[in-house]
Design a protein around this ligand. Structure first.
Ligand SMILES: [Zn+2]
Ligand SMILES: [Zn+2]
Ligand SMILES: [Zn+2]
Length: 453
């Protein structure tokens, strides 16, 4: 394949050092520190006999116990999911209000309809006529059969219209991006600041962006949205590294005389870059190329492609899921005593009908979880990623799905484990391995696998 990124030729040595897999000792030290600092008790990351590293328990766990809560390093919401859910760009909590969530979603779905249809709502026909027009117009769309008049959607979105019992589902208020872009929103000032410091200052398209070329950045984001979110996750990995490197370098130069780096990277600075890159290299089996100074669309694309083609996306990222409070809200209304339900329903029913089956869509994305990404696959896993009622942000919660005894490896399923053997193996081939778990071994020998209880 043609070399897209000229940096490959310019820094071959540094690149191979960045791509070098960490030794098992380095891996163990890194994760021991991480587990201690995050106070994640009861688990250990250790080398396995045949597939790199794995997560083991050093306590007994019962079925249903929380084995691990893993804080992501960074994550992205799927671009298609942004219409459905307004969440904090840093911790992925739902923000605003039930009214804003519903109104915004209906509004944005309306924008997806042919324009003339949407405009009809602002003409002065009665609500009834509007509804009829909408119905006809949207019949080609797979989405709603029912539409709510635009004014109602707008007043809901602007929180002028209050839905009954919505105060039972309070959400943090919306904080805008300090850089001034209209793409990132936060649940708090602290999340906004943390995201800015972590990576968003280089990925923001607003006035205060620290990006070297906002135009190139916008084109890159557009391309990622149209093709694959994994480019955005890769961009976050790279920006995190750049910013961490800068911080390490600033801390160092405070201590001693600044080294001249006019001709490329000095050894000292390169050591800092390796350090900044560490959290990612520890998770990633093969990695991509990083340069500490400039980045543009072309280079980002090259890196994204590298991440994509090396199947890193399958090997290292995990699903990010946060349940929707809108679903809880409608379930609550449905569970009200008959009289209250009828009264509330008069107000909520049109919105529920307009949302259709999509009312319960949760926040979905992709994230890099440092410890979860060390968990190996099994088609008869001992644990699963499962959000309990109290898990309302982007942290991964791993729950034991059967008793796990001290010393045992924690495994999760990367795929739908209800599939047949051949389908499972076909999906797992995308992750670059053929599964040899007890279930696959037995089924391949023509035996019927009985689940461990
Ligand atoms: Zn937040
Ligand atoms: Zn921004
Ligand atoms: Zn298997």
């Amino acid at each position: 394949m043609e070399v897209v990124c000229p940096i490959d030729a310019q820094f071959p040595q540094q690149i191979s050092l960045l791509l070098e897999p960490p030794s098992s000792l380095q891996v163990q030290e890194y994760f021991d520190d991480l587990i201690t600092s995050k106070q994640r008790h009861g688990i250990q990351v250790k080398p396995t006999n045949d597939h790199g590293k794995g997560v083991y328990v050093d306590l007994d766990f019962e079925e249903g116990d929380l084995v691990l809560k893993d804080q992501m390093l960074f994550g992205v919401q799927h671009s298609s999911n942004k219409i459905d859910c307004l969440v904090c760009s840093f911790c992925f909590r739902f923000i605003g209000s039930i009214e804003l969530q519903i109104g915004r979603k209906l509004y944005l779905q309306g924008l997806g309809n042919p324009k003339d249809c949407f405009d009809l709502a602002s003409s002065d026909g009665s609500d009834k006529e509007d509804q009829l027009e909408f119905q006809q117009c949207s019949s080609t769309s797979s989405r709603n059969k029912f539409q709510v008049p635009t004014e109602r959607v707008e007043s809901l979105m602007q929180e002028k219209l209050a839905l009954p019992y919505s105060m039972k589902f309070p959400l943090p208020s919306v904080n805008i991006c300090p850089g001034g872009c209209k793409e990132a929103y936060y649940c708090s000032k602290s999340c906004a600041q943390a995201d800015w410091d972590l990576c968003h200052s280089l990925l923001c398209t607003g006035e205060e962006s620290k990006s070297l070329s906002k135009k190139a950045l916008s084109r890159f984001i557009e391309h990622a949205n149209e093709t694959n979110d994994i480019f955005l996750l890769a961009a976050k990995a790279i920006c995190c590294t750049i910013l961490k490197y800068r911080k390490l370098k600033a801390a160092c130069s405070k201590e001693k005389e600044k080294n001249s780096i006019s001709n490329g990277l000095s050894n000292h600075n390169f050591a800092l870059l390796l350090k900044a890159w560490k959290p990612i290299s520890m998770g990633y089996k093969r990695s991509c190329v990083v340069h500490n100074r400039a980045y543009g669309k072309k280079m980002m694309l090259a890196m994204g492609r590298e991440l994509h083609e090396s199947k890193l996306l399958h090997a290292c990222d995990s699903d990010l899921v946060v349940a929707s409070p809108v679903e809880d809200y409608f379930l609550y209304i449905d569970d009200l005593p008959e009289a209250e339900k009828k009264e509330a329903g008069e107000m909520t029913r049109p919105f529920l009908d307009a949302l259709g089956e999509d009312y319960s869509v949760c926040c979905q994305g992709t994230a890099f979880f440092p410890i979860q990404s060390c968990m190996n696959h099994s088609c008869c896993p001992s644990a699963k990623a499962f959000k309990r009622d109290e898990d309302r942000d982007g942290q991964a919660a791993i729950i034991a799905c059967r008793p796990i005894t001290k010393g045992e490896e924690v495994t999760i399923s990367y795929i739908d484990e209800d599939l047949q053997l051949e389908e499972r193996q076909a999906l797992l081939a995308d992750y670059g391995f053929r599964c040899k778990c007890p279930r696959c071994t037995q089924e391949e020998a023509g035996l019927v696998y009985t689940k461990i209880q």
